[in-house]
Design a protein around this ligand. Structure first.
Ligand SMILES: Nc1ncnc2c1ncn2[C@@H]1O[C@H](COP(=O)(O)OP(=O)(O)OP(=O)(O)O)[C@@H](O)[C@H]1O
Ligand SMILES: [Mg+2]
Length: 227
C-alpha cells in the first residue's frame, strides 16, 4: 500500500531530513515509527500525504507512483490519506461536527449518511456530546480526538498519525490504538503511527526507528490491546 524506494528529502539550508529510505507497508498493516526530535518522522508522513515532494527516490501509494501524479490528481490522492497532525489543525471557526464531516463532504456523501458516519466516529472517540462545540473551547486531548475522528471517518486506505496519543491519558491512548487496530483489521487500512508514547509502544508488531535520517526496522512485541 505504501512503498518507499531510496527516498531522500533534502531541505536546502539544512541538509537531508531523510536519507535513502526504503520500506513497504501492506494493506491492513500498522507500523510504528520512532526516532529523536528532528529525525525526520513528520517529514516522512508529509511525503506520503504529498504535502512535500521527495528530492530523490520513488514513493508509491496504492500502486500509484506519486511522482507521476498531475496537479489535478493531488486532491484525490489526499482523500486516500487520513492524516492526524501533531498540532491538530482543526478549523477554528467550525464546530466539532463540521470539522469531522469535511472528508465526507469532499467525497460528496449524502447528508443523511454523512450525519450517521460523523456521529459514529465522534462516538468512537467519546466526543458525541461535544459535536456543537468550537475547537478553541476544547482541551488539547479533546482536540486531538476530533482530529482522530476526522482522519478515520471516511475510512481512507491509508492513515498517518503524528503523535496521536501524546495529550491523552493511558485509557484514552489505548482506546485510540484500538480504533486504529480495528480500522486496519476491518478495512485493510495501512497505518503509520509516529510516537514517543511509552503507553502504546509495546502494542505494535512492526517498529521502524529513524536515526540520522535513515530507517531501521525492529521487531516489536505486538502485544494484543484487546477489544
Ligand atoms: N519546511 C522545512 N524547511 C526546512 N527544514 C525543515 C522543514 N521541515 C523540517 N525541517 C527539518 O528537517 C528535519 C526533520 O524534521 P521533522 O519535522 O521531520 O522531524 P520529527 O522527527 O518529526 O521531529 P519531532 O519529533 O520534533 O516532531 C529537522 O532538522 C527540521 O529542522
Ligand atoms: Mg514531528
Amino acid at each position: 500500500m505504501i512503498r518507499f524506494e531510496h527516498v531522500t528529502k533534502r531541505y536546502a539550508e539544512r541538509g537531508d531530513a531523510l536519507r535513502d529510505v526504503s520500506f513497504t507497508l501492506e494493506p491492513g498493516e500498522m507500523a510504528f515509527l520512532t526516532g529523536h526530535s528532528g529525525a525526520g518522522k513528520s517529514t516522512l508522513l508529509r511525503l506520503i500525504g504529498l504535502l512535500e515532494r521527495p528530492t530523490r527516490g520513488r514513493l508509491s501509494v496504492a500502486g500509484q507512483d506519486l511522482g507521476a501524479l498531475g496537479r489535478r490528481q493531488i486532491p484525490l490522492h489526499r482523500r486516500r490519506v487520513g492524516m492526524i497532525f501533531q498540532d491538530h489543525r482543526l478549523l477554528p471557526d467550525r464546530n466539532v461536527f463540521d470539522n469531522v464531516s469535511l472528508p465526507l463532504l469532499a467525497a460528496g456523501m449524502h447528508p443523511r449518511e454523512l450525519g450517521k458516519r460523523v456521529r459514529a466516529a465522534l462516538d468512537q472517540v467519546g466526543l458525541l456530546r461535544l459535536e456543537h462545540a468550537l475547537p478553541t473551547s476544547l482541551s488539547s486531548g479533546e482536540q486531538q480526538r476530533v482530529g482522530i475522528a476526522r482522519a478515520v471517518v471516511a475510512r481512507p486506505p491509508v492513515i498517518l498519525a503524528d503523535e496521536p496519543t501524546a495529550p491523552l491519558d493511558s485509557t484514552r491512548a489505548m482506546a485510540v490504538v484500538r480504533i486504529l487496530n480495528d480500522m486496519a483489521a476491518q478495512f485493510q487500512t495501512a497505518i503509520i503511527v509516529v510516537t514517543h508514547d511509552e503507553k502504546i509502544i509495546p502494542t505494535f508488531k512492526r517498529i521502524y526507528h529513524i536515526r540520522d535520517g535513515v530507517t531501521h526496522e525492529e521487531a516489536g512485541e505486538g502485544r494484543s490491546v484487546g477489544g
